[in-house]
Design a protein around this ligand. Structure first.
Ligand SMILES: O=C(O)CCC(=O)C(=O)O
Ligand SMILES: [Fe+2]
Length: 359
């Protein structure tokens, strides 16, 4: 798994110098390079006065499939409870994340992500698309974190590796369950997705864990934690600590804050599920704002298909009235497109639909 997804970044290296990473804790004023205005991000304003809120779904609800389906078609996101991930494990992953980002900068830089690498410490990859810097730092885990964790915590790395492994196991199961709930709501079942495997548990799926830290910020209204983007996944499952910051965008509504609810998780439809569903599910545009009093952590499980598998609109969802909106492509190819075209990637590939795939 490690080698294949990593190939994308070998051919699309991104150079974001870490040398000018500020010591976030010592700043009283926002440096110019961190001050955002609407011209730095098309979506910077557009705040909402609406009282709309993201659907909150109890996974033990007898109508869960309808609720998930409705949330996926309207928002492309929802919050869940009764998801079966032990609260002790959520506490453990939050503890790991806090321990990692509280390490001194020189220790974190020992595991800095390489320009053409996928795992490690660094600023958000999407930073290369903006003139201004984001008020955050991150750490990406793809494959085993053993080597990096050994450098970070020579004495305690095994304990932290176990947490990551257990977290991945739970998230993988939950992602498969959510995927069937979402697809089931639009009439897609096990027979329609061969790669889900004989046990329909998507064992061939691949994933990354993205840990994010948004330090306390002296001028949060002018800063941006993580700029607006959609995830290049099938689905993303996000755990946020008790500090608000995540916002999701909905046309005609604007930005809506997703309040942290202890023990709950946020689920995002990613670009690949948007493609699979032939556009029925939108992939949600989201961003993270920052806070003036409290630092914030988020832990995202980025879940996708085997990286070389062709993904295209599910044939059952395509007929003479519903032409395929997207061509077939692999996750690796999509990531390469995203590395160049960022938020325009879906419309970019739509224009490359070969004519023999259009009805
Ligand atoms: O911190 C958050 O709430 C959002 C994180 C996120 O969108 C990501 O890691 O892709
Ligand atoms: Fe995201």
């Amino acid at each position: 798994m490690h080698s294949t997804l990593s190939d994308v970044f070998i051919s699309h290296p991104i150079h974001i110098p870490l040398s000018n990473l500020p010591d976030f804790t010592s700043l009283r004023h926002l440096p110019d390079s961190y001050t955002w205005t609407p011209k730095d991000d098309l979506f910077f304003s557009a705040s909402s006065s609406s009282d709309e809120s993201l659907p909150f779904i109890d996974l033990s609800d007898p109508h869960v499939a309808t609720r998930v389906g409705h949330a996926c078609t309207t928002w492309g996101a929802f919050q869940i409870t009764n998801h079966g991930v032990p609260s002790r494990l959520l506490h453990d992953i939050e503890f790991l994340t806090g321990s990692l980002f509280r390490l001194p900068v020189h220790r974190k830089l020992k595991v800095a992500r390489k320009d053409d690498g996928i795992s490690g410490y660094g600023v958000a990859r999407i930073a290369s698309f903006f003139n201004k810097q984001m008020w955050s730092e991150g750490f990406t885990v793809v494959g085993s974190p053993f080597d990096d964790f050994h450098k970070l915590w020579p004495m305690h790395h095994l304990k932290y590796c176990e947490i990551i492994q257990e977290y991945e196991e739970h998230m993988q199961k939950l992602a498969a369950k959510l995927m069937w709930l979402a697809l089931g709501s639009i009439g897609v079942d096990e027979k329609d997705i061969e790669w889900a495997g004989t046990s329909s548990d998507f064992q061939g799926a691949q994933a990354a864990i993205q840990l994010n830290h948004y330090p306390i910020c002296p001028e949060p209204d002018r800063a941006m934690g993580l700029a607006a983007h959609t995830d290049s996944t099938l689905m993303t499952i996000l755990y946020q600590n008790d500090t608000a910051g995540l916002q999701v965008f909905r046309d005609d509504v604007g930005w809506v804050t997703v309040p942290p609810v202890p023990g709950s998780l946020v689920v995002n439809v990613g670009d690949l599920l948007h493609i699979l569903s032939n556009g029925i599910f939108p992939s949600v545009l989201h961003r993270a704002r920052v806070n003036h009093l409290r630092s914030r952590f988020s832990m995202a499980y980025l879940w996708g298909p085997p990286s070389d598998l062709m993904i295209s609109p599910i044939p059952k969802l395509v007929d003479p009235l519903h032409s395929p909106l997207y061509p077939s492509l692999t996750w690796k190819q999509y990531l390469a497109t995203k590395a160049t075209h960022f938020n325009q990637s879906l419309s970019f590939i739509r224009n490359y639909l070969p004519s023999d795939q259009i009805f």
